[in-house]
Design a binder for this molecule. Structure first.
Ligand code: AP5
Ligand code: MG
Ligand code: ZN
Length: 210
């Protein structure tokens, strides 16, 4: 069966990091709305122009824009899918349900102080989107991606002030989704503290039970 998995959790909890490993080791295809939107901003597409201000302010990009993007991507994929950063509002969750069946929603839990530490020292690859951390997961060569040799940069929304704003947005708009998926009996919470590989093993255990 081709699983469709939603990765839930606050900014910096490790959605992108874990998705990267699940793609490399478990054969998933991932769709990351954050990565797609950043690419659109970089290219200056109409979507990017509309999304930029919301992203820099730590707010959600309007549902209709993100849902349009997701529809297009989902239709093009066959096989097991990981959704990283979508849905993020009840409206998005309802629209997703109309498109396809979600098998599991995995909520990665991390305390707030650690989230801020993770995000403010994150570095991301311009080439392939891989994620590093200056202290917890540094690249082998400073400033360079281990995987593709691309240049590492700091996301414009990775300042402490914007992270606090993103956390506020998360609590208002995205946290209600845990109850939404709990009511559907497909929510699994995973402790996101500890080493990246330890968290990965916890997620794999959840997947094996499915
Ligand atoms: P998005 O890019 O999705 O950002 P986010 O949800 O805020 O999540 P992050 O990417 O910041 O964190 P992550 O959970 O992926 O953590 P990571 O693995 O990198 O969205 C950005 C913006 O786009 C939004 O604010 C919004 O404006 C817009 N947007 C996106 N989707 C949208 C949607 N559906 N609707 C509307 N708007 C949307 O890890 C973080 C750091 O911690 C890294 O440095 C990593 O190396 C490190 N780390 C990871 N795991 C561990 C560990 N176990 N121990 C120590 N360090 C760790
Ligand atoms: Mg991410
Ligand atoms: Zn790279």
């Amino acid at each position: 069966m081709d699983l469709k998995i939603v990765l839930l959790g606050p900014p910096g909890c490790g959605k992108g990091t874990q998705a990267e490993r699940l793609v490399a080791e478990k054969g998933f295809v991932k769709i990351s709305t954050g990565d797609l939107l950043r690419e659109a901003v970089r290219l200056g597409t109409p979507l990017g122009v509309q999304a930029k201000g919301f992203m820099e302010a730590g707010k959600l990009v309007p549902d209709e824009l993100v849902i349009g993007l997701m529809k297009e991507k989902l239709a093009a994929i066959k096989g097991p899918v990981l959704l990283d950063g979508f849905p993020r509002s009840l409206e998005q969750a309802r629209q997703l349900e109309a498109l396809t069946k979600v098998d599991l929603a995995i909520d990665i839990e991390v305390n707030e102080d650690n989230l801020v530490k993770r995000v403010t020292l994150r570095r991301s690859c311009k080439g392939c989107g891989a994620v590093y951390h200056l202290e917890f997961n540094p690249p082998k060569t400073a400033g360079k991606c281990d995987k593709c040799g691309g240049e590492l940069y700091q996301r414009t929304d990775d300042t402490e002030a914007t992270v606090r704003e993103r956390l506020k947005t998360y609590k208002e708009k995205t946290l209600p989704l845990t109850k939404y998926y709990q009511d559907k009996k497909i929510l699994r919470s995973v402790d996101g503290e500890g080493e990246i590989s330890v968290v990965f093993d916890r997620i794999v255990k959840v997947l094996e039970k499915k």
